[in-house]
Design a protein around this ligand. Structure first.
Ligand code: ZN
Length: 177
């Protein structure tokens, strides 16, 4: 099977509010396996379905202690505040200082269809919030001020001419040590 292509800024699927997952079946499990392959190759620590062109509410992740899949995630509670340099596989090679709550209580459904409740903090909480943003069609550029966004868009437009490098920063765009 062909490997998945990670969609980048400008692709309309990244701006769509994804649909609730209604069937957790073999097809979704197969897609998750392909998403893990794409995520590890990138390399990244998280990848949301819209990032591979599938407008459904689930994402895969791996903080280095094994793969996980969460569907229909919702943040029940959040607190604290933490600024951290964050990147995104869909906005390669760019990163910004982004403020987010430090701790969250996340409710979701796993690949077996079981409801899960997760207390996350720091990098884990940040990644979950980042991936949940993708499910709502939100991207890092939405957190920037006008000047930052203008600079980012200028750089992204220049990309059309083609260049490559490694993304700095952390978000779903960096593998953990
Ligand atoms: Zn991202």
């Amino acid at each position: 099977m062909a490997s998945l292509r990670i969609r980048v800024y400008g692709d309309p699927v990244l701006r769509r509010v994804a649909d609730e997952v209604t069937d957790i079946d073999g097809e979704m499990a197969e897609l998750c396996q392909q998403m893990f392959t794409a995520m590890y190759e990138a390399p990244g620590i998280g990848l949301a379905a819209p990032q591979v062109g599938v407008s459904q509410r689930f994402f895969v992740y791996d903080f280095g202690d094994g793969p996980g899949v969460l569907a229909n995630p919702e943040i029940a509670e959040s607190d604290g505040e933490w600024t951290y340099n964050e990147g995104c596989l869909s906005v390669p090679e760019l990163s910004w200082e982004i403020v987010r709550p430090r701790r969250i209580h996340l409710r979701a459904v796993d690949l077996d269809g079981n409801e899960v409740s997760i207390e996350a903090e720091d990098l884990q909480a940040r990644l979950f919030q980042h991936e949940l943003d993708h499910l709502d069609g939100k991207m890092l550029l939405d957190y920037l001020d006008d000047d930052q966004r203008r600079d980012a868009k200028r750089i992204l437009r220049q990309r059309v001419t083609g260049q490559s490098g490694r993304p700095p920063g952390t978000g779903d765009g960096l593998s953990l040590p």
